[in-house]
Design a protein around this ligand. Structure first.
Ligand SMILES: [Zn+2]
Ligand SMILES: [Zn+2]
Length: 340
């Protein structure tokens, strides 16, 4: 029987010849294969197990999971011998053949998938040398809780590390640890720690505290360990904070500055991240509720508002345009934050 498409080659499956099967069936490897590499011995961790011998890596089913085939009459079969890991190039090449589940196997098709590599020293190396690190990035939050802001920062750092390779003297991540109150990243060199700390500090409104500790002596030199503590501002607008014994309301925040309002005098202050660093504040845990109010009328520099939930009418100073305003409820009154 001839191929129903080209009427030229011999049909081998589904009435089609092999050339037509290969040309009309799209197969691709999509997504990334995550793995952890021990930078000291080159062992690789897949799932929860470390493999010292790269020929033993259980990659077949993981690679097949990345493959998608446009025609479900055919599925890929992987040639185990063909798996070629390129750690430097962060990719893996492998060969599949399309199979119809019966007798047909196509000629080999070469595919390539991307690797996502996390560097972490393996337990064997940790036992031999101790887990070596020169710097620690401690990501914490102002609310003192493990909040979304921490997860965002960790995700950003990992993305940053995928494009910007570590370039320090010991370019590896020695350990990553998720804690109740934040996330710790242990790095092989100081310069990489500095680079990542700066990356987070530039991206998030945060307080950065850096310190160094003598960790021992090696080959006649003092060995220091550097800690970069980054406390991310994760407080909602309306949060009440204490600064030099006075109460302030957090009006708005961006990655470079925040706007606060003095609780008593209602004066606004803008604080830049670098000023904030040398003059931090304490969170009281109190947040003023942010609500919408309906504008009823305006008269002589005053505006009459109504709370749509309680129908309570309140007069505020100032003239506001539109039909609604947003304000913080404060001691029975309303505080309408100034627009920046
Ligand atoms: Zn054909
Ligand atoms: Zn190792």
């Amino acid at each position: 029987m001839k191929c129903i498409l080209c009427d030229n080659e011999e049909a081998v499956s589904q009435g089609l010849g092999e050339n037509c099967i290969i040309s009309r069936t799209k197969i691709a490897a999509t997504g990334v294969l995550p793995l952890t590499l021990c930078p000291k011995c080159g062992s690789i961790k897949i799932g929860n197990r470390w493999y010292h011998n790269r020929d033993d890596l259980p990659l077949s089913s993981r690679l097949l999971d990345l493959c998608s085939v446009s025609d479900d009459h055919f599925h890929p079969e992987l040639d185990r011998e063909s798996i070629d890991l390129d750690i430097e190039g962060q990719s893996v090449k492998f060969i599949v053949r399309l199979s119809d589940g019966y007798d047909f196997r196509s000629s080999p098709i070469q595919l390539e998938a991307k690797l996502s590599i996390l560097k972490n020293s393996c337990p064997a190396c940790n036992r031999l040398t101790g887990s070596y690190y020169e710097s620690i990035i401690q990501i914490r939050s102002f609310s003192r809780k493990y909040s979304d802001a921490i997860d965002h920062a960790v995700k950003d750092v990992n993305e940053f590390l995928e494009t910007e390779k570590l370039r320090g003297k010991n370019p590896f991540i020695s350990r990553q640890q998720r804690l109740k109150e934040g996330f710790d990243l242990y790095l092989g060199s100081k310069s990489d720690g500095e680079k990542i700390a700066k990356f987070i500090h530039d991206r998030y409104f945060s307080e950065m505290v850096q310190n160094k500790k003598l960790a021992g002596r090696t080959e006649g030199y003092d060995l220091y360990r550097y800690t970069y503590l980054l406390r991310l501002l994760d407080l909602p607008e309306g949060s009440v904070i204490m600064k030099r014994g006075e109460r302030y309301i957090l009006i708005s925040a961006s990655s470079s500055d925040i706007t606060l309002m003095n609780y008593t005098s209602r004066r606004t202050v803008h604080i830049r991240q670098n000023e904030f660093n040398s003059n931090p504040f304490e969170y009281t845990g109190e947040v003023l509720p942010l609500k919408h109010y309906i504008i009823l009328s305006r008269r002589g520099g005053e505006t009459q508002l109504m709370d749509p939930e309680s129908f309570r009418e309140i007069t505020v100073q100032g003239s506001f345009s539109g039909e609604e305003v947003t304000g913080f409820e404060i001691e029975g009154g309303i505080l309408i934050p100034p627009k920046n």
